[in-house]
Ligand binder design. Structure first.
Ligand SMILES: [Zn+2]
Length: 123
């Protein structure tokens, strides 16, 4: 993953962490939205996937509601930030496969690919 892309996810993770810790502020919200559109902008050279169209709000809501229901989210966010430092971010912790960007955009701290997640019953 390119450094610029990693930065987008890092910014999102930092915003999510701030939200989760209760540092809810307009700033964090703005950063979340901004990095989100940057992440999308980076995909402009790739073919448009129908599933990606018009799902922004849904994904945002999905991420936030997921966080509220998941006590481990903060830990997972910390782990994801570590993976960014170690340049292993975006790779499945189980099998090493590349995690699709659509999945990372929905849950930036996700550690497993879809296949391993369904096997492990983890997100
Ligand atoms: Zn995997």
């Amino acid at each position: 993953m390119k450094k610029a892309e990693l930065k987008v996810y890092k910014d999102r993770l930092l915003s999510l962490r701030a939200r989760l810790r209760g540092d809810v502020s307009q700033l964090a919200d703005a950063a979340l939205k901004k990095s989100r559109s940057e992440a999308n902008g980076d995909l402009s050279t790739m073919p448009i996937h129908m599933a990606d169209v018009g799902t922004d709000n849904f994904e945002q809501e999905f991420t936030l509601s997921l966080m509220e229901n998941d006590g481990d989210a903060l830990e997972q966010i910390e782990a994801a930030l570590e993976r960014i430092e170690e340049s292993t971010f975006g790779l499945c912790e189980e099998c090493g496969a590349r995690i699709p960007k659509a999945r990372l955009n929905a849950i930036p701290y996700v550690a497993l690919c879809v296949k391993c997640a369904s096997t492990n019953e983890r997100v």
